[in-house]
Design a protein around this ligand. Structure first.
Ligand code: SAM
Length: 232
């Protein structure tokens, strides 16, 4: 069965959105993966299909009702984990994208307003995942980021499979700088080694650049990289 992302959202019309463009879009059209949006509103209560109510204990905003989210989950849930996109969640990583790509798919719950009634998360033991330490208005952009990062790792989605193995994070390092024609631009040359035809020298240069970039820009990644390589 094809890898499938099921997305519970108040805005199903936002999908596929950016996921319909470029390589992920072509792969979607070709059937290399599948996308199923589920409209949370359809599970709303009463004539007005209410999905939210005021927070218990008071305060600003609205909270998505547990019973409404539960009904949507019953309709949407497929094989693979259920994830609630949330700024309180575990940070999303390339390693997580790889793990998700190796599975059958994912069911994503997009929050809105002040989020989701805690009881439905606790009742189903739903995992929370964050795409970064900032607060978005809703979970849809986060869901798209998670899907994009995962789908491009599926076999056959990128033209050149090797390109996912060499890029940022796959070796625990940021990627080396890239160059293309023209050979000289604004008085700036492409580093000579890259046009030397010496593949071993190119590899060495790229690794050194990747290490230097990671050390200076991301001391957190660099410390982990050193620790991992000490264990070798
Ligand atoms: N009151 C919540 C809090 O402080 O944790 C924030 C709710 S936010 C305004 C509305 C929805 O956007 C959330 O339920 C979540 O689905 C989504 N969201 C916001 N920031 C996110 C992030 N960094 N990662 C993943 N999802 C996020």
């Amino acid at each position: 069965d094809v890898w499938t992302a099921r997305v519970i959202t108040l805005f199903p019309e936002l999908f596929p959105g950016v996921l319909g463009a470029s390589l992920t879009g072509k792969a979607l059209k070709d059937g290399a993966w599948c996308l199923e949006p589920f409209d949370l509103r359809q599970h709303g209560i009463g004539r007005h299909r209410n999905v939210d109510d005021t927070p218990a204990g008071g305060g600003a905003g609205m909270v998505l009702r547990a019973d409404v989210v539960d009904a949507a989950l019953a309709a949407a849930r497929g094989p693979g984990p259920v994830i609630y996109l949330s700024p309180r969640g575990a940070p999303f990583t390339q390693a997580r994208a790889q793990a998700l790509a190796a599975g059958p798919g994912v069911t994503l719950l997009c929050g809105r307003f002040e989020g989701v009634d805690q009881r439905v998360l606790d009742h189903h033991g739903i995992e929370e995942v964050s795409i970064g330490d900032y607060v978005l208005t809703g979970g849809e952009i986060a869901a798209m980021a998670l899907i994009d990062a995962t789908v491009r790792l599926l076999p056959g989605v990128l033209g050149n499979a090797a390109s996912t193995e060499e890029e940022s994070f796959s070796a625990g390092l940021l990627e080396h700088p890239q160059y293309t024609r023209p050979a000289e631009w604004q008085g700036r040359q492409i580093p000579e080694v890259l046009t030397s035809g010496n593949h071993a020298a190119v590899e060495t240069w790229r690794r050194e650049q990747a290490e230097e970039l990671t050390r200076t820009r991301r001391p957190d990644l660099w410390a982990r990289y050193l620790a991992d390589h000490d264990n070798d």
